[in-house]
Design a protein around this ligand. Structure first.
Ligand SMILES: Nc1ncnc2c1ncn2[C@@H]1O[C@H](COP(=O)(O)OP(=O)(O)O)[C@@H](O)[C@H]1O
Ligand SMILES: [Mg+2]
Length: 364
C-alpha cells in the first residue's frame, strides 16, 4: 500500500490548460474523490498518475518512489474505467486471470487470487460465463475484480459507475465502499457526480478548469465551501445565490435585494462590515429555507410566489419567484404550497453563506 503525492502537476494541450499546478497528497489507505464538471481535468490527472499520459511539468510520487518516467506496469497501480473493456471471447475467470498470466504470476497464485476476488465481489457463480452473458453491473464487478487481483498499492478509478442505471449505481457504489473498507487500498476515484463524491470520499478534491478549488472532508466542503463555485457544485438541489446591498441602521445590517429585505445574523456582522453600502453575494441552501415559521429568532421572512411544486415523497422541492429572481426551497412533504399562489418562506439566517461578488471567495 502507498500514499500518492502530486507536486505542481501541470498538463497543457496546445492552448488548453488541462491541469494547472495541482498539489495533492493522498494518504496511504485513503479514498480520495476528484470531482468536478466535465472537462475540468479529472481524467487527465488520473491518467498522469497511471503513467498513460505525460505531465508537462511537475512530479508524481507513489509511496516513496517518484514514478515519472516509469511505464504504467511498473507503477504498481490498477485502473478501472467507465467502459469495462472486457475480452468478449474470454470467460470471467480468464478475464480476471489474464493480466496476472502476462506478468508470469504462478498458476496456483492466480487461482487463489481470482477465487478470493470472485468471493469478495459475488462472482463465484459467474466464473465460466462470457461477458455477453452478464448484466452491466456484473461486467463492472468483473472489471473491478480484474483490478483487485493485481493486489496493487493503489486503485485509480475513472467514473466506473457511469454506465450503470440508477439502481445498480447505488448498489455498486456501496460495494466499492465495502471493498475499500476491507482491502484498505489507497484509491483515487474520479466522478462528475457530487453525490458519489460526498458519499464515497474520505476527502474530496473539487476541481474546476484544471485547478483544485478545495480538498477536504465532504462535511467541511459542504459546510464551508471556499468559493461560490464549490458552494454551487456540492449539494442538491444547488445553493441559491442572490446579490444584496448591505445597509446599516439602528436594528443592524440589512441585506436588500430583488424581492427581499432581511436582517443579517449578528454573528455575520464582522465579516459584512466592509461591504456596507456595497453588494455582497448571499448563498442559501434549499434545505435552509422553510415554509413553516421557524421557532428560531434567527430566521427572516420573505414573500414569494410558487411556480412549480416537485413532490419527492419525504420532502418537496419548491421553485419560487422572489422579486425578479428564482429561489429553490426544499421543504416538508406535507407542505401546503400551491402552484401560482403567494407563499411566505423563512430563511435560516444563521446558515447563510457570503461571497465576494468579484472574487467569489467565501467571506469569513
Ligand atoms: N488528448 C487531448 N488533446 C487535447 N485536449 C485534451 C486531450 N485530452 C483532454 N483534453 C482537454 O483537457 C481538458 C481536461 O480533459 P479531461 O481531463 O478529460 O476532463 P474530465 O475528465 O474532467 O472531463 C479538456 O478541456 C479536454 O478537452
Ligand atoms: Mg473524464
Amino acid at each position: 500500500m502507498a500514499s500518492v503525492k502530486l507536486v505542481n502537476l501541470s498538463k497543457h494541450y496546445d492552448s488548453v490548460v488541462a491541469l494547472d499546478r495541482v498539489n495533492l497528497e493522498i494518504a496511504d489507505r485513503e479514498f480520495l474523490v476528484l470531482v468536478g464538471p466535465s472537462g475540468c481535468g479529472k481524467s487527465t490527472c488520473l491518467r498522469i498518475i497511471a503513467g498513460l499520459d505525460q505531465a508537462s511539468a511537475g512530479q508524481v510520487w507513489i509511496g516513496d518512489r517518484q514514478v515519472d518516467g516509469l511505464s504504467p506496469k511498473d507503477r504498481d497501480i490498477a485502473m478501472v474505467f467507465q467502459s469495462y473493456a472486457l475480452y468478449p471471447h474470454m470467460s470471467v475467470y480468464d478475464n480476471m486471470a489474464f493480466g496476472l498470466r502476462l506478468r508470469g504470476v504462478p498458476r496456483t497464485e492466480i487461482t487463489r487470487r481470482v477465487h478470493e476476488a470472485a468471493t469478495m465481489l459475488g462472482l463465484q457463480e459467474l466464473l465460466d460465463r462470457r461477458p455477453a452473458a452478464l448484466s452491466g453491473g456484473q461486467r463492472q464487478r468483473v472489471a473491478v475484480g480484474r483490478a483487485v487481483v493485481r493486489e496493487p498499492s493503489c486503485f485509480l478509478m475513472d467514473e466506473p459507475l457511469s454506465n450503470l442505471d440508477a439502481g445498480l449505481r447505488l448498489q455498486t457504489r456501496a460495494e466499492l465502499i465495502r471493498l475499500h473498507r476491507r482491502l484498505g487500498i489507497t484509491t483515487v476515484y474520479v466522478t462528475h457526480d457530487q453525490v458519489e463524491a460526498m458519499t464515497m470520499g474520505d476527502r474530496i478534491a473539487v476541481m474546476k478548469d484544471g485547478l483544485i478549488q478545495q480538498c477536504d472532508s465532504p462535511q467541511v466542503v459542504y459546510d464551508a465551501p471556499v468559493n461560490r463555485f464549490v458552494a454551487g457544485f456540492i449539494g442538491s438541489p444547488p445553493m441559491n445565490f442572490m446579490e444584496a446591498t448591505v445597509e446599516r441602521d439602528a436594528s443592524g445590517l440589512w441585506l436588500i435585494g430583488s424581492g427581499f429585505r432581511v436582517l443579517a445574523d449578528s454573528e455575520d456582522h464582522a465579516l459584512l462590515e466592509t461591504y456596507v453600502a456595497r453588494t455582497v453575494t448571499m448563498g442559501i441552501r434549499p434545505s435552509d429555507i422553510s415554509d413553516t415559521e421557524a421557532p428560531a429568532c434567527r430566521s427572516a421572512a420573505v414573500s414569494t410566489i410558487v411556480q412549480v411544486i416537485e413532490p419527492m415523497g419525504d420532502h418537496t422541492v419548491l421553485y419560487l419567484s422572489l422579486g425578479e429572481q428564482r429561489l429553490v426551497a426544499s421543504v416538508s412533504g406535507s407542505t401546503q404550497a400551491q402552484e401560482g399562489q403567494p407563499l411566505q418562506v423563512w430563511w435560516d439566517m444563521s446558515q447563510v453563506h457570503y461571497f465576494d461578488p468579484v472574487t467569489e471567495a467565501r467571506l469569513g
